[in-house]
Design a protein around this ligand. Structure first.
Ligand SMILES: [Mg+2]
Length: 262
């Protein structure tokens, strides 16, 4: 990973938009700081397209898409997209209602199995706002040892679910998208851009294991400083890393990107 000072002017000028993770990237321990929100407005004012790409629920996406200066939110690790439409918001999903019901029944079976295998496992406090996955808390209100989280992971995969972990949550889903394919699909459908152009012209900013697909897929990738904790578990680390952590790091990346485009 290179320091931000090595970002070339030419590369910075090629960027049409910034895709960014929320927890421990834009948000600092769950809080949207003045520095991070100001950076978002600065990127917006510079006419960059902005899309949050998060493991958080579509219910959170509905609020964020309405209130923030951004173009949309890719939620639930790629599965459910939320866009502002007139005075409201619209949810976009890649499967129909009937298939969604079937998948929810299968997810309920996994919840039962996990309760037997890891009795102390607790669902995340945002599951009520989710439509495509089930999520356990492994680092938000509780700190679950890695070997216990591994047991939840194994149980979910035995049922054929796909699993993903962030710094705070473990998700199980039957949806096909990951953060990278979900983000690419969103930008292609929303702005009529080819997948190749999205990968080459959109920057991604993240911090942890569930950003791994995006760090591998996009050309201009940035980590906030706390990404160093996860580098050993990420197949391809981000190309650039900020000196500061979380929201402060996001603001540092935004500043560098905007300065290099001048
Ligand atoms: Mg994160």
């Amino acid at each position: 990973m290179k320091p931000l000072s090595e970002l070339a002017q030419e590369e910075a000028r090629r960027i049409d938009g910034v895709l960014f993770d929320l927890d421990d990237t834009l948000l600092s321990h769950g809080l949207l700081t003045r520095a991070a929100f100001g950076a978002l407005w600065d990127l917006h004012d510079a006419k960059l397209r902005l899309v949050a790409v998060t493991g958080r629920p579509s219910g959170w996406g509905e609020v964020i898409a309405r209130q923030w200066p951004i173009d949309g939110v890719v939620t639930e690790n790629g599965a459910v997209h939320v866009v502002r439409e007139g005075a409201g918001v619209r949810l976009l999903q890649s499967c129909n209602e009937r298939e969604r019901r079937t998948r929810r029944i299968r997810l309920a079976q996994i919840i039962e199995e996990v309760a037997k295998v890891v009795p102390e496992a607790r669902l995340a406090d945002d599951v009520g706002a989710r439509v495509s996955d089930v999520t356990w808390d492994i680092g938000e209100r509780v700190k679950m040892p890695t070997d216990r989280a591994d047991l939840i992971d194994g149980a979910a995969r035995r049922f054929g679910a796909r699993t993903t972990r962030s710094s705070v949550h473990l998700h199980a889903s039957f949806d096909e998208d990951d953060k990278a394919s979900g983000a690419v699909r969103f930008v292609c459908e929303r702005f009529g851009v080819s997948a190749g152009a999205v990968l080459a012209r959109y920057a991604f900013v993240g911090d942890s294991g569930n950003d791994s697909a995006c760090f591998s897929a996009f050309r201009a990738t940035f980590g906030v400083a706390n990404v160093r904790k996860y580098v050993a578990r990420i197949a391809v680390p981000p190309r650039f890393v900020a000196a500061k952590e979380m929201g402060e790091g996001f603001a540092e990346i935004a500043r560098t990107l905007l300065a290099a485009r001048k």
